[in-house]
Design a protein around this ligand. Sequence first.
Ligand code: GUN
Length: 295
Amino acid sequence: MSAANLIDGRAVAGQIQGELTQRIAALKSRGIQPGLAFVRVGEDPASKVYVGRKEKTSAELGIVSGTHVLAESTSEADLLKLIAKLNADPLVHGILVQAPLPKHIRQEVVYASVLPEKDVDGFHPVNVGKLMLGDDTGFKPCTPAGVLELLIRSGAKTDGAEVVILGRGNIVGKPMAAMLCQKGRHANSTVTICHSATRDIKTHCRRADILIAAMGVAEFVKADMVKAGAVVMDVGVNRVPDATSKTGTKLVGDVAFAEVQPIAGRITPNPGGVGPMTIAMLMNNTVRAAEQSIR
Ligand code: GUN
């Protein structure tokens, strides 16, 4: 397998973290240490892994992080009380409530309770609205922001490009579309969102100069769905059975990587593509929140 067309998300995330180190040093010289609070409710195994990775990167960069773990049975009122406390804490610049939340807790109420200026996830309605309006003063959701940064740093041309996004979720698909259809630099694309009710997804995909797979179906994108030379970004994280692995399972993306890679112009590996970028963008949002706290 040639690595020539791979978009190395780990390397780009490392570069961004290097840039952040300087901004964090500048903050420290002014007596400010960026602080990030994680909130996890219940014991979802994937959430534990994700929060663990975010904690580790925070520590490496010198961002002070604290994780609040609440029981699955925690009431919405108690979760809101914790968020109110974190909102009021001047040492906390960013707050991240890991999704998914238990069914009895209303996610939209929780995300709307985080102060917009501490909403480093970009999930508060004010930040969602700013993104739609093309107002860059808000926080953008980390995963689509990471995909865009990878497109920019790998030299993909978005201006006038046909972009097809698979998936219409609030965390990736919808904000990704909002970013790429804006008028302006590193945007200006013609965006199509495909979802479960889309007729003939293959025809849409085959038109794409940039294909972004974020619908959460293991290896959905096959070779015959990709135009030769297209840029393919794989956001999916799917656990599937694997008799050859010790755990009996393995993680795969939304793209059938082995057959798509030879056709794609550029492609993200998975893992090692979009995932590390999500964390880098979270760190970037947190540093920005800390910087803005002194203005
Ligand atoms: N669960 C999956 N992705 C995300 C994310 O970007 N932020 C939060 N808070 N939870 C998630």
